[in-house]
Design a protein around this ligand. Structure first.
Ligand SMILES: C[S@@+](CC[C@H](N)C(=O)[O-])C[C@H]1O[C@@H](n2cnc3c(N)ncnc32)[C@H](O)[C@@H]1O
Length: 224
């Protein structure tokens, strides 16, 4: 991980400054969001760690009509934020809500109740829900000629899975579109391949076709 950070040191350093700015700029909005979700059924609030920077990369125009894909929704916290903020969004929300690939680290949850919480938390919003493995689903979306302006990848954090997700997502990303990756610099001793191992391969393979917009524990890339 150290070598990766050194390789992308300029991005890492600039992003650190941006992160600080965003934390300050979105402070009030984050407090309001935390209060808005009090009545909802969210047992895990991982998304709050990404709140500021995620917000920064979403369209500034709240009436924007854009194509959004989320890979890994769990109880729908990040989805809830996007759907509440952008009324004209065209969102596809995808999760397996089941045991993932055998090589992936599984979350020890009852996925029936997680999926029910997702359905309840997001009732009243307009979106397309897909229950499937991410790679399988994204290949189907590709065949249907679907493409997206913004793809949030927050599915399996195993290095192999994140690499496959990145490759499939890149195929269905529009020119100038963004992919936002969650938690990619996190080390987990139970993973054979770390998230950053997968991401490093992705960055090497696609370096001529993308621009790095943000490089901290989240990675944001833009398709050239
Ligand atoms: C960290 S959670 C997502 C958190 C969510 N974005 C939020 O804001 O709370 C990861 C999710 O990825 C899903 N997942 C894991 N592997 C997957 C796969 N291969 N295909 C689709 N979803 C997967 C899990 O079921 C889990 O719900």
């Amino acid at each position: 991980m150290l070598i990766l950070k050194l390789k992308y040191f300029v991005h890492y350093y600039k992003s650190k400054i941006l992160k600080k700015k965003c934390k300050k700029n979105y402070k009030d909005q984050k407090i309001k969001f935390e209060s808005d979700i009090k009545e909802k059924n969210f047992s895990n609030k991982w998304f709050l760690n990404n709140f500021d920077i995620f917000n920064f990369f979403l369209p500034k125009d709240k009436n924007s009509k854009f194509d959004y894909l989320e890979v890994g929704c769990f109880e729908g916290l990040s989805s809830f934020f996007v759907l509440s903020e952008y009324k004209a969004i065209n969102a596809i929300l995808l999760d397996i809500w089941d045991m993932p690939n055998p090589n992936s680290k599984t979350l020890s949850h009852n996925f029936n109740s997680i999926e029910k919480a997702f359905d309840n938390n997001l009732s009243g919003f307009n979106f397309t829900k897909i229950k499937d493995d991410s790679v399988v689903a994204m290949r189907k979306l590709f065949k249907q000629n679907k493409s997206f302006d913004f793809i949030y990848i927050d599915g399996s954090h195993n290095g192999e899975d994140i690499l496959s997700d990145a490759i499939e997502a890149f195929k269905i990303l529009k020119k100038e579109g963004l992919i936002f990756f969650d938690d990619f610099l996190q080390y987990d001793k139970n993973r054979a391949l770390q998230s950053y191992d997968g991401i490093e391969k992705f960055l090497n393979l696609y370096s001529n076709y993308l621009k790095i917009e943000y490089f901290q524990n989240n990675l944001v890339v833009r398709k050239k």
